[in-house]
Write a protein that binds this ligand. Structure first.
Ligand code: IPD
Ligand code: CA
Ligand code: CA
Length: 274
C-alpha cells in the first residue's frame, strides 16, 4: 500500500513536472517550421521527428541528473532497469501526427512506477496551457490559466446514448480497418465519438469531465502510464477486456456508469482483435 505521506512521492512528482514542462517548452518553442519525418516505425504513417528524440533525451537527462539509479522505458528507445526500484515510463511526444501537422492536441507524458506500481503521472499539454498530474491515492489535479491547482473529477454518468466517447486508430492498416468496423457499430449507441490524436490527453479529458469515456486498441505502456493514473485518481474506471487491466489488446476508461456498458459493447464487438 502506498503511503501518501511518503516524501518520495512529492519529490518524484516535482521532478516529473519539471521534466514535462521543459520538454513541453522545447517542443512548443523549438518546432522547426519545416519539421520533417526523421524515421518511421510500425508503418509508413507511424512517424518520428527529430523533436520526439530531442524531447526524450531532455527528459531522461533531467531525471537522471537528480536520480541516477532510476530505470527508464521511453518510446524513443530509453530502456534501463535501474537499481532504485523506480522506473520512469515516458512518451516524450504523444500525438506526433498532430504535432507534425501543427495541430494543438499533443502532450508530454511521464509516469513513475515503484516496483511495477504506478505512483506518479504527469501529462503536459503545452498548446492548451494545461498540465495534469496525480500521485497514487492523492487525487488528480490540473494547472493552467488559473490560480493554483484545480482538482479533477469525472462528470456524472449520462446514459450511454448520451455519452461522448473518444478513441484512436492504429498506424497499421489492417488493425485500423477492424477498428473502423468497431466504431461503426458503436457510434449509433453513443452521443458521438471524437478522435483527438493523443491517448494521454484523451485519458486526462476523461479525468477532467470533458469526455465520458475513451477506448483504444494497440496502445503501449508509455501512451497510458500517466493518463491512466490521472483518470483513476479523478474517479474514472479503467481496464482492458472485462476483468483485465489495460493492455495492448484494449484500453477502456470512463466515468462509472459509462465504463461498464462501453467495455461490454467493446467485448461483444471484438474490439481487441482483427
Ligand atoms: C499515438 C497517439 C494516438 C493514438 C496512437 C498512439 P504517438 O501516440 O496517442 O492518439 O491513437 O495509437 O500511438 O505515436 O503520437 O506517440
Ligand atoms: Ca504515444
Ligand atoms: Ca510518442
Amino acid at each position: 500500500m502506498t503511503d501518501v505521506t511518503d516524501p518520495l512521492l512529492p519529490e518524484l512528482l516535482r521532478l516529473a513536472q519539471d521534466a514535462a514542462r521543459r520538454a513541453g517548452e522545447l517542443l512548443r518553442d523549438g518546432r522547426p517550421a519545416d519539421l520533417a519525418v526523421a524515421a518511421t516505425k510500425s508503418s509508413p504513417i507511424d512517424v518520428v521527428t527529430e523533436m520526439d528524440i530531442a524531447a526524450e533525451k531532455l527528459i531522461t537527462d533531467v531525471i537522471s541528473e537528480q536520480r541516477p539509479d532510476d530505470g527508464f522505458l521511453g518510446e524513443e528507445g530509453a530502456s534501463s532497469e535501474g537499481t532504485s526500484g523506480i522506473r520512469w515510463v515516458v512518451d516524450p511526444l504523444d500525438g506526433t501526427v498532430n504535432y507534425l501537422y501543427g495541430l494543438p492536441t499533443w502532450s508530454v507524458s511521464i509516469a513513475a512506477e515503484r516496483d511495477g506500481e504506478r505512483i506518479v503521472g504527469v501529462v503536459a499539454a503545452p498548446m492548451r496551457g494545461e498540465t495534469y498530474h496525480a500521485v497514487l491515492g492523492g487525487g488528480a489535479w490540473a494547472t493552467g490559466a488559473w490560480e493554483g491547482e484545480r482538482r479533477l473529477a469525472v462528470r456524472p454518468a449520462p446514459p450511454l446514448d448520451q455519452a461522448l466517447v473518444s478513441t484512436g486508430f492504429n498506424y497499421v492498416a489492417e488493425v485500423k480497418a477492424h477498428q473502423a468496423e468497431v466504431a461503426r457499430r458503436l457510434i449509433p449507441l453513443l452521443r458521438d465519438i471524437r478522435r483527438g490524436g493523443s491517448a494521454a490527453v484523451d485519458l486526462c479529458d476523461v479525468a477532467a469531465g470533458r469526455l465520458d469515456g475513451y477506448y483504444e486498441r494497440g496502445l503501449n505502456a508509455w501512451d497510458v502510464a500517466a493518463g491512466d493514473l490521472i483518470a483513476r485518481e479523478a474517479g474514472a474506471l479503467t481496464g482492458g477486456r472485462p476483468g483485465e487491466a489495460p493492455s495492448r489488446d484494449l484500453t477502456v476508461a470512463g466515468t462509472p456508469g459509462v465504463f461498464e456498458p462501453l467495455q461490454r459493447h467493446l467485448e461483444t464487438f471484438g474490439a481487441w482483435h482483427d
